[in-house]
Design a binder for this molecule. Structure first.
Ligand SMILES: Nc1ncnc2c1ncn2[C@@H]1O[C@H](COP(=O)(O)OP(=O)(O)OP(=O)(O)O)[C@@H](O)[C@H]1O
Length: 272
């Protein structure tokens, strides 16, 4: 398994009269890590929801290895794609291990028990996010960062060829942020991930798509996307971008003060 190909084609999503996403096209080749960046409200989560089949496109398509994701049987799609999103507690008292075991469901028949191979995959997934010691704990009583790591483990146990993640590191301490993103890079899967931390996005992603007001404003390798001009235009901030001498990745330093000639920064407003 080395990942699947994702193609989002001229996708438009609306809620009532509002456009959440307009005419967005995006590709991810097998094994690529693709980052979605953009200010609050720019449409990142909405776009991901259309990819993992929660928000139905008004127009456009989501193709996974050429097949229309919205036409595939749910179970079949779940054997290919896993999603990690911000989730509240389960409301039922499940252990961490039981939550991660749910990742195996698409690969089993109703009432099938866990096999030795399932147990091994669950253990491996827990270890990959440094959560082996949480296995017996109640999921609903975990901290935000612990819960986030367990949800990533559940997705890993699903053995997806395509992994879609919405801000998977927002609750994590810095060590776990680096470990999780490093682990995502090494997965034999295609990864589509929304990230707010632009330096982490620059270091860990092969390519970025920058969203602004529900549209892709630019895309390409991080060094081409994360320019002072883009950061001024999209986020309304002043920034310098250098190439880090050791990592070779672009490194953004934010500076106080509004960028020259920029309109005041503010959350994105979707256009109606
Ligand atoms: N169901 C909905 N009905 C109306 N507006 C919505 C709906 N879902 C999202 N929106 C709006 O669409 C815009 C895009 O939201 P979205 O959650 O996709 O942005 P985002 O880029 O993920 O933001 P953030 O960085 O804050 O998570 C926001 O202005 C949001 O308020």
């Amino acid at each position: 398994m080395s990942g699947t190909e994702l193609a989002v084609e001229t996708l438009t999503l609306t809620a009532g009269a509002r456009h959440l996403v307009r005419d967005v096209s995006l590709t991810a080749r097998p094994g690529e890590v693709i980052g979605l960046v953009g200010p609050n409200g720019s449409g990142k989560s909405s776009l991901l929801r259309a990819v993992y089949r929660v928000l139905r496109p008004d127009t456009g398509q989501v193709r996974v290895d050429g097949a229309d994701a919205w036409s595939l049987p749910v179970r079949r799609l779940a054997r290919t794609m896993a999603a990690v999103v911000q989730e509240p507690g389960t409301g039922i008292d499940l252990t961490v291990r039981e939550v991660v075991a749910m990742g195996r469901t698409p690969h089993k028949r109703l009432l099938d028990g866990d096999t030795a191979e399932d147990a091994r995959l669950i253990d491996t997934a827990l270890a990959a996010v440094d959560a082996a010691d949480l296995a017996g704990r109640s999921f609903d009583r975990l901290s935000g960062g612990e819960r986030q790591r367990v949800l990533i483990a559940r997705a890993l146990a699903q053995q997806p060829a395509l992994l879609v993640l919405d801000e998977p590191t927002n609750h994590l301490d810095i060590r776990h942020q680096l470990e999780v993103l490093g682990m995502l890079r090494r997965l034999p899967a295609t990864v589509l991930v929304a990230l707010h931390d632009l330096n982490l996005a620059a270091y860990y992603c092969d390519r970025l798509y920058a969203l602004h007001n529900g549209e892709v404003i630019t895309s390409g390798p991080p060094a081409e996307v994360l320019t002072p001009r883009l950061l001024a235009e999209v986020y309304g901030v002043t920034a310098e971008v250098a190439v880090h001498p050791r990592t070779g990745a672009p490194q953004v330093t934010f500076l106080p003060g509004e960028p020259a000639g920029a309109t005041p920064a503010g959350p994105d407003q979707p256009r109606s």
